[in-house]
Design a protein around this ligand. Sequence first.
Ligand code: NA7
Length: 534
Amino acid sequence: MTPDYDAVIVGAGFSGIYLLHKLRGAGFNVLLIDAAAQPGGIWYWNRYPGARVDSQVPLYEFSLPQVWRTWNWSERFPGWEELRAYFRHVCDTLNLWPDMRMGTRVDEARFDEAGSQWSLHLDAGETVTARFLLPALGFASKPYVPNLPGLDTFAGEWCHTARWPQDGIDLAGRKIGLIGTGASGVQVAQEAAKCADRLTLFQRTPILALPMRQEPLAEAEQAQEKQGYPDIFRQRRQTSGGFECQSLEVSALDVSDKERDAHFEDLWQRGGLKFWYHNFADMLTNREANRHAYDFWRDKVRARIDDPALAQKLAPANPPHPFGTKRPSLEQNYYEIFAQDNVALVDLKETPITNITPEGIETGGAAYDCDLIVFATGFDAGRGGLIDMNITGRDGLGLSQAWEDGLRAYLGMTVSGFPNMLFAYGPLSPSGFSNGPTTAEIQGDWICDYLVWLREECISAFDAQAEAEKGWTEMVAQAGAMTLFPEADSWYMGANIPGKKRQLINFPSVAGYAALCDDVAGDAYRGFTTETHL
Ligand code: NA7
């Protein structure tokens, strides 16, 4: 039984597009499928006002010279429209369109033992088969909407930020209830505050947001900066977050107060996520070091808020969690909007939401009239999209069943019992901790090399060994235990989804991850069982 394709990739974000390019170049017969009408992955679904990337140009793009030489950005932190246009440019430049099927959802994927191949059921009713299944769904393809009593009675409009209607929602003059203050909540709030009749922001945990310092980018400036791109792209593979640099080698506790503050100030002025990824060596491992960073952040933010009660809610005297153990977002004027008459903050720690009524949102003591409720409440990160694809491996084992007691994966790319499947940007890989394209390229290169090796070895089926998978899963947990991440109720820890097992869902170093994957490749791809039928 010859399958229709050597490989089917699911997802047209950075990982899927890169995989398609690489595998085609290696002579494989590949099809890419995506439910979205256009490529861009997260930038197709997250098209709410203000949606933009938190990695500065040129970090958040492919390192392929034919792509970056022919592309210019208009801003240092590009927005969703420009990111979508970039993806179209990539597909044009690499001539990928003929092998992409957009607007098609994979409803179900089943491994067929006899043929050592995957059978995919598409929503159009069609079935396609492939030797290899390569889901590239991103870490945040399944939005989370909390189960609030009465939502079905709400008379207005509601939506999740990641399911924003493609023809948009006009926020002008609306009475908006915005739930959630993560990266998405901050971005929506800044836009809604400009034009809403009333914006009520429901905050459970304050976001520890950093100044973006957005700036326009001229073509001439980029032409000059492009000379340094190859070095930057090389460098980003060698850092822990996939950015252009990483934490210092010095402890925050081994420098004087003056030196420490000078470094904090420098990072603050430079803007972006640098205060997170280019800070002292022990900021994410030592409470005392971390507290210095928090206190600096708090004082900077408080200086922008006149009302002391509001300042305590947005930037509390004591940290709600160690700084950086929840993803800090970037802001442009977030702390100023609360001084506007049309913006109010509701602290859900004081007054939790009790229910939704036809008119709006009720908390213990008050009712807030809304005609639009926006859920910026995050994602079932890592596993959600994969589980929704209804993947069934060997012996009828479903992926949701395999992950019932927690996420397990070998190399953060494959699960024992699911032969011939490698996912990109999935759980127990650096995904959520990484600047996206960096890990997309590292994994894309590795997967392509592996499939070439399998072809050369005439191997028709591989499966991760249970022991190797156990070792990898435990290693990620141990790495996490050496950090402060377990102290926060974050999506990094799976703690944002009721019933999800608490565990670090991402590998905490891009460079470390790349080295381990290379090592496995150099050792004849240890940790897999293989079958030769070809
Ligand atoms: P996040 O970062 O998961 O943020 C979700 C926000 O929603 C966060 O403030 C949550 O508060 C809040 N939330 C979640 N559930 C509830 C309920 N039930 N009630 C009130 N508030 C709630 O998602 P984003 O979309 O902002 O960002 C995701 C990633 O995209 C981000 O990390 C970047 O990598 C880009 P909590 O903090 O849990 O108390």
